[in-house]
Write a protein that binds this ligand. Structure first.
Ligand SMILES: [Zn+2]
Length: 463
């Protein structure tokens, strides 16, 4: 059953003969030796040995009697051909049995190792003192799982930790179910053992706005990019007064992660970078100028038209054409040129002052272009935002979607539910460049409802 290299044998001696032999000796360099020495010291403490020298002598004298006893009790048995004129000894694999432990156990005060019994309360593992503890006071995942597996257990089956993906690949309504189950909220027909979620495997989209309650533990598979994102992710653990919370960060073999592995306080507790606004950004400055002018124009137009509600949110593209709003915009810009310039100057950085006139001159053309390639029912405001002409505050920006044709959507099922029409996957622009490129495959869902989608093309929007 065991491979040759797994079969370790023990022979008396001061050092190993080869890779598979363990030398039997009671020196402090061997685990067995350290244990026996710890026992001898306990004997001194108890007064059964007078002093340390006597303890050393006791250990030396124990050498052969212990060896003979281990063989006599059948713990050690002959294992293979002679080495150095001695028969190597081993412990047969079938002499091990697992039993559930009840009543009182011993736990090491120093290393917390649990053992069935401890001679003179000496830890088998480290030689320090142990305490008696009751089995019922022990919280141990493996012990609990083993107890579930016993005959007549209260539980039907031992169950494993259930880890579920929660990412942009998951449909929204499916994600909401997962969030609910993770917080131990179930419908009446959902048994917790069938639907519970112990571990959520999430992407950084979890940073914003999703309520999954407080967490016992957060595991990060890499070091986050900066202090703010570290604190945001780690901060999910231990809210609302849970007793113990852990955050474990795995530092990968790359320079960023390794740097913070060597300087942990810099990513954990340094003050986060203060957000900065770059006022010299021409694209953003120009968007604000457009926004200011168009807002004033539509306010004015609304006043003149006396058509309440029509130009809420600047109306539909159809309204723009019907009311000849573009030519009215041109006239408005010409008539109000000076006051508009003065107002715009107040919202932008002085470096753009010289360009302001050109921006104003081109504004009506820009709007006209958007109107000409939009449909009557479209909202002008949305079209202008979509074309990147106006400021936007949505998060995250620069997101690309992978859309699925309606026929594909209706065939996608999860737990027997038809999917809703709201079914696109979204990815950060930089990631989407690779993941959603034509030909690339996206895996979605978990076994047995796993689907592979292949991207077939790129749709250009009005940008
Ligand atoms: Zn110990």
């Amino acid at each position: 059953m065991l491979e040759e290299y797994d079969r370790r044998v023990i022979i008396p001696g001061s050092r190993s003969v080869n890779a598979t032999t363990i030398p039997y000796n009671l020196s402090k360099y061997r685990k067995l030796g350290r244990y026996v020495i710890a026992i001898s010291q306990a004997l001194v403490t108890m007064g059964r040995l007078p002093h340390t020298n006597a303890a050393d002598k006791w250990v030396q004298e124990l050498y052969w009697p212990l060896w003979k006893a281990l063989k006599a009790f059948g713990i050690l048995q002959g294992a293979g051909a002679q080495i150095n004129n001695q028969t190597p000894q081993g412990i047969r694999i079938d002499s091990f049995e697992l039993h559930p432990l009840d009543g009182t156990l011993q736990r090491c005060q120093a290393c917390a190792y649990i053992m069935n019994d401890a001679l003179f309360q000496v830890c088998l593992r480290c030689g320090q003192r142990t305490n008696a503890v009751s089995t019922s006071s022990l919280q141990n995942f493996y012990r609990r799982s083993a107890l579930y597996a016993l005959p007549n257990s209260f539980f039907d089956d031992p169950y494993p930790l259930r880890a579920i993906e929660h990412s942009a690949q998951i449909e929204k309504h499916e994600a909401r179910d997962i969030e609910r189950w993770f917080q131990d909220m179930f419908h009446d027909d959902q048994h917790p053992n069938d639907y519970r979620v112990d571990v959520l495997s999430v992407t950084t989209t979890m940073e914003m706005g999703i309520d999954i309650g407080s967490l016992l533990s957060v595991g990060l598979r890499n070091v986050p990019p900066n202090v703010a994102s570290y604190q945001q992710r780690a901060g999910r653990a231990g809210r609302r007064g849970s007793a113990i919370a852990t955050v474990l960060t795995f530092a990968q073999a790359r320079s960023h992660d390794q740097y913070y592995f060597n300087h942990p306080p810099e990513i954990v507790s340094h003050p986060p970078r203060v957000p900065a606004l770059y006022l010299h950004n021409e694209v953003i400055a120009r968007r604000h100028v457009r926004s200011l002018i168009l807002q004033s124009f539509f306010y004015e137009l609304f006043r003149i038209q006396q058509s309440s509600g029509l130009f809420n949110a600047w109306g539909k593209i159809g309204d723009i054409t019907r009311y000849q709003a573009i030519s009215k915009l041109r006239r408005y810009l010409a008539v109000n040129r000076e006051p508009l310039l003065t107002r715009c100057m107040k919202v932008i950085h002085p470096v753009f002052t010289t360009q302001l006139k050109r921006w104003m001159k081109e504004l009506a053309d820009e709007v006209e272009q958007v109107v000409s390639r939009s449909e009557e029912k479209d909202s002008l405001l949305e079209q202008l935002i979509g074309a990147g002409l106006l400021p936007k505050y949505a998060f995250p920006v620069d997101v690309v979607s992978l859309s699925m044709p309606p026929s594909e959507r209706s065939s996608f099922k999860f737990n027997g539910d038809e999917s809703s029409g709201d079914d696109t996957m979204a990815r950060d622009l930089k990631i989407a460049l690779a993941e959603y490129a034509p030909g690339a495959e996206v895996i979605r869902g978990s076994f047995p409802h796993t689907y592979v989608y292949r991207s077939v093309g790129v749709v250009f929007t009005n940008k």
